[in-house]
Design a protein around this ligand. Structure first.
Ligand code: NAP
Length: 204
């Protein structure tokens, strides 16, 4: 058997997510093997709107695994969504994404943004948040430190560089249900805060 990377093993041992009962009753979950995504093309068919929040870290997956997930898996998912009829594709990217960056993370984010754009969705929304604020089960010391740092700063400064994940979800949903004449939208951290305000029409 071919030697597997940690990130591949993690996928194979992944269990079905536990669904909230109410949501499960009105939704359908498909489990796919990202290494054989073509075999699951049917799971990508017939959806008007696609949201991609996939990503890993170099610390977890190594440089090669990071590129595989954050570029290859994302791009393949977008290609299948497009082939399946998706009109509006939403990509969770990152503040500072830049395909010419010297930093692998920002370079890969910029590259995948550009390559998904080439697929020519009717509408393409790219979200570029700062640090995502949430309570994680897994240990991410870097993010923990950044959160502590932001916590000690004035709210206005911190909100310029970070955003709660619940705000991101609201922003993505609110944006998706709002008509737009633009083929491509680039939503930075501030736009995400504005779109995701708690009193907006949709809540996650
Ligand atoms: N964290 C931040 O501060 C930050 C800031 C800006 C942008 N972003 C970007 O926002 C996105 C989400 O980030 P996050 O930190 O919220 O990540 P996260 O909580 O780890 O979620 C990432 C998702 O990708 C899935 N995934 C990762 N590796 C996989 C693999 N090998 N096979 C299948 N699925 C895999 C995860 O599945 P499991 O749940 O099963 O692990 C999870 O659903 C990423 O694209 C990230 O680059 C993050």
């Amino acid at each position: 058997m071919e030697k597997m990377g940690e990130w591949q093993k993690r996928f194979q041992s992944k269990e079905l997510a536990k669904f909230d009962d109410k949501w499960a009753a009105s939704s359908n979950q498909e489990v796919v093997d990202f290494e054989k995504l073509d075999d699951y093309a049917s799971a990508f068919q017939g959806h008007d709107v696609g949201f991609c929040c996939l990503g890993t870290t170099r610390r977890k997956a190594g440089a090669e695994g990071f590129v595989r997930v954050d570029r290859d898996y994302v791009l393949k998912s977008a290609e299948l969504a497009k082939a399946g009829g998706c009109k509006h594709f939403n990509l969770l990217s990152s503040k500072g994404a830049d395909k010419s960056s010297n930093f692998l993370y920002l370079q890969v984010k910029g590259e995948v943004e550009a390559r998904v754009e080439e697929l020519q969705f009717d509408r393409y929304s790219v979200f570029r948040p700062g640090v995502l604020l949430c309570d994680r089960q897994e240990s991410r010391p870097g993010e923990w430190l950044v959160r502590k740092f932001f916590g000690s700063l004035p709210e206005s400064w911190a909100s310029g560089h970070s955003v709660p994940v619940t705000t991101v979800v609201r922003a993505m949903l609110n944006n998706a249900v709002s008509p737009s004449g633009k083929k491509k939208e680039l939503l930075d951290n501030k736009a995400i805060h504005d779109l995701g305000k708690a009193d907006s029409s949709l809540t996650p």
